[in-house]
Structure formats: structure tokens, C-alpha cells
Design a protein around this ligand. Sequence first.
Ligand SMILES: Cc1cc2nc3c(=O)[nH]c(=O)nc-3n(C[C@H](O)[C@H](O)[C@H](O)COP(=O)(O)OP(=O)(O)OC[C@H]3O[C@@H](n4cnc5c(N)ncnc54)[C@H](O)[C@@H]3O)c2cc1C
Length: 489
Amino acid sequence: MLRTGSEFLAGLRDGRRVYIGGRRVEDVTVHPAFRGAAGTLARLFDYKQDPANADVMSFEENGERFASYYLKPRSRDDLRRRSAAHYAIADQTYGLLGRSPDHVSSFVTGLAMNPEILDRDGDAFAGNISAYYDHLRKGDLYATYAVHPAPQSKNEALFGDTGGHQAVLQVVDEDRQGVTLNGMKMLATAGIFCDEVWIGNLTPISDDRGKEAITCAVPMNASGLTLWARKPMEPYAVSESDNPLASRFDESDVMLIFDNVQVPWERVFVHDRAALSREIYIETASHTLGNHQSNVRFHAKLRFIAGIIHKIARSAGVDGIPVVAEKLGRLASWEAALGGMIQGQILDCEDLGNGFLNFNRRYMYAALNWCQEHYPEIVAMMRELSGGGVFQMPADFSVLDNPETRDIFNDYWTTPAESAVDRVKLYRLAWDMYGSEFGARQQQYENFFAGPSFIVRNHSFREAPWSSFDGMVERLLGAGSAPDRSRED
Ligand SMILES: Cc1cc2nc3c(=O)[nH]c(=O)nc-3n(C[C@H](O)[C@H](O)[C@H](O)COP(=O)(O)OP(=O)(O)OC[C@H]3O[C@@H](n4cnc5c(N)ncnc54)[C@H](O)[C@@H]3O)c2cc1C
């Protein structure tokens, strides 16, 4: 059953324990720190539920409709449908929501396409992932994940008891009902707005840390779970016109604190198997389906940024200058290249051999790395072409409230091509994209959401067909045959 936006919002009023500093948030849907983003997400649910968008946003199985991001692809058309749904979501949110509802759901779908992996080391959890996949798609639920240890975990001295609380999330007890978790887990983006959180380990952990290898799912209102939000940006947005992005697209990031949280066995997927807790993502379609969404989201964001940069250059009257046009051409070529990398994932898709297809994982990892490497340059281009324009604008839109300042503003800031109001709106948008606290967080997100760069590049290293590359060199060198010296005489 597909939920409406208001049903989605009602689901967030479930008694979850969210803190901003020392202040408890009673209702995240109306709190000034979160209501704008909550409204944005609710509109996504309405859009998906609208029958006019059914062809892209949902699919039917046994008479029921489910979100397209729960589709297990069996054909290129299925892959296209998944991709189109990601594009629809990313276009409406300008690529600014990293963990939109189609991200973690795609990870879970990829796992559910190969549930046997969970039983590989002698466990019997395969049925749990199939049931959890059904639970998410039938309820049209929104999940995030926390799959990295908190930085403290790197310090061995902090692994033990720290005044009654373990710093690192781990299993502290287990019985016939399930496991008990204590500790801290990093960093559930959008967790404030999610129904569920997936706990796991995409960061490799060593074999002796089996208790931390717990992979499970927990509802956001689980007893003993608290969500610690980082500084929200929405309350500092002066108005929608002044901070058009921070006021609507701050998805938030939360640290998760577990205080004796009970997880029933039905929601446990890996336990006490450190290596397997990571391999489940990269040996199945999970990581690829999830990060195809990341590639698409970035592509939508890049198009949006290209629009901002182009409009700024026109507003400043510099777009016709050859050197500026060269920069814009470079940007346009990046955008097209990423689009090609995404389409290639469908064209050269993988046959998983069990009736399912996957996007091409090497192209996906290449695009992931490309995005991480290029975002700083893209931001630098926005900064460079904006010049000092952002600071020529009045402090905020209250300039229009005072007739005296309004008239001067309209006289001095209007150009033959643009009204004063349109100009200031554009520059405010640009600043929110690269200069404001919201923009700075976007940069940090693009740098780390899939792990630090050496982890992202390691995926490409792992998946590369090195023997094929080496074989070409060996063919040329004629490996194994003695050099022919006859012609040297
Ligand atoms: C905005 C944002 C949103 C996020 N959202 C999520 C989320 O939704 N879910 C989730 O699970 N996680 C999320 N993360 C966490 C993210 O995955 C981690 O930040 C990332 O894995 C890096 O870990 P760290 O922050 O502990 O940095 P560290 O591991 O402490 O690294 C800090 C720096 O040191 C370098 N470094 C560390 N170790 C090495 C090494 N061995 N060799 C070379 N260099 C090294 C790194 O490259 C990096 O530059 C998010 C992070 C950010 C910033």
C-alpha cells in the first residue's frame, strides 16, 4: 500500500526520542528545525502515490502496488524503471537529499535478491531479509542506515565500559527472543524522518570484533534508542527566499545512542561474523542498487548547479566571454559524462544468474569516485563565476518591507535583463548552495557519504579485471618466449 504524505507524517509522531542539544523534540513534523524538510518528504510520498505517476514511481505485484525502488530487476526495462524513479525523486529535491526514501530501500532490495548469503557461514537468517523486504515494501516504509562505527571505535581504549555505556555499538546480551544492543553508531542521515534504521558495517572491521558485526533493523521509536541531531539549519534560514535550500532540504544527520535496545531475532541479519557483515553488500546487488541511486541523485544535483552557474554568468553579463564559455563548456561536458556513466550501467548490466539483473557495478563505482573527486571543483567553479555578486545583495528580503529601501533597491539593483528581486533571489540560492552552512554540509556529505576516498577507490580496485589488463601487456611482451636476437647481427 502506497502511503500519502499525511500518512507518512502521521507515522513520524510515534514517540521517537529526538534531541537537539539538550532539548527533546516532541513532534518532528511541526518543529521549526525539521518541518520544512518533513513537508518536502511528504510531497514525495504524495507524488509517488498519485496515479498519474504510477508508471514510473510504482509497480504492481499480485494485485498490490509497491514503490519502484523495491522492484527486483529482471530485465533492462526494470533497471530503467528503477533509474527513472530515482531521477524523479532527485529532480524534485534537486539532488539535495542523500538518503531519500529510495536509497536504503535499494540496499535492502539488493540483499533480498540474494538472501542465501546470510546463511553462508552457518546461520539461518536468509528468511529474515526476505520478510524484512516485504515489511518495508508493504508498509511503504522509509529506512536509513548507520553502517559506520563512531570515530571513537578507532581508539582501542574506548572499546570497553565507559561509565556504564559502550562507545561502540555492540551486542551485550542475547537470549531466545533476540539480542540487546548498547553503544553509539554513526551517522544516520535523514534518521529524524525515517520509520526504520538499518544497522550494519560497510566499514571493514576485524574478525575479533564479532559483537560489533551485528546487522539488524530497528524502528526509530524503539525503546532505549535516542537520536542526537547535529545542528539543524532550518531554524537559521531567514525565509524561504533568503535560504531557499536550508529552509526545505535539510535532511539532518543523527548519531544513534542505544541503551539496552532489544532486537528480536526476526530482525537480525548477521551476528558475530565480522567479514560477512561487510561482504553482504558488495557480493550481492545491494551496494550497487543503493549507489546507483547516489549516482542519479548527484547527476540531478549537477544539472541544477549547472543551471545556477549559467544563470549567474548571464546575470553578471559574462557568459559570452570566451574564457567563461570555456568553463561552462567544461561543466556541461562533466554533466553529460556522468549521464553516460549512468546509462552505461543499464546498457552493460550484470546477469546475476538467478533470474535477476544488476546495474554494472564497475561503472557505478567509477561514477561514485568521479562524483567524490569532482564536487570540490564544481563548487570552486560556482564560487569563481559568482565573483563578489553574492555580497552586493542586501542583507535579506526585509529590504522590500520598507518603502524607502524598496525603491532604492529596485532602482539600483535592477538591470535591463533582470528585476532586482530576481537577481537577489538567484544569488541567495547560489550562496545557499555553496556558501551557507547548508552548502558546507553538502560538501562534507559528497566527500564522505559513501566512505572516505580510499574506501571508495578500493571498490574500483577490487572489481577491476586486472588479469585482463595484465594479459594485454603480456601479449605484447610475448611473455615466456626468449627475445629474438637474430635481427641484431
Ligand atoms: C554529512 C555526512 C552524512 C553521512 N551519512 C551517513 C549515513 O547516512 N550513514 C552512515 O552509516 N554514515 C554516514 N556518514 C558517515 C561516513 O560514512 C563517514 O564519515 C565516513 O565513513 C568517514 O569516516 P569518519 O568520519 O569516521 O572519518 P575517519 O575515518 O576518521 O577519517 C578522517 C580522515 O582520515 C582519513 N583516513 C582515515 N583512516 C585512513 C587510512 N587508514 N588511510 C588513509 N586515510 C585515512 C580519511 O580519508 C579522512 O580524510 C556520513 C558522513 C557525513 C559527513
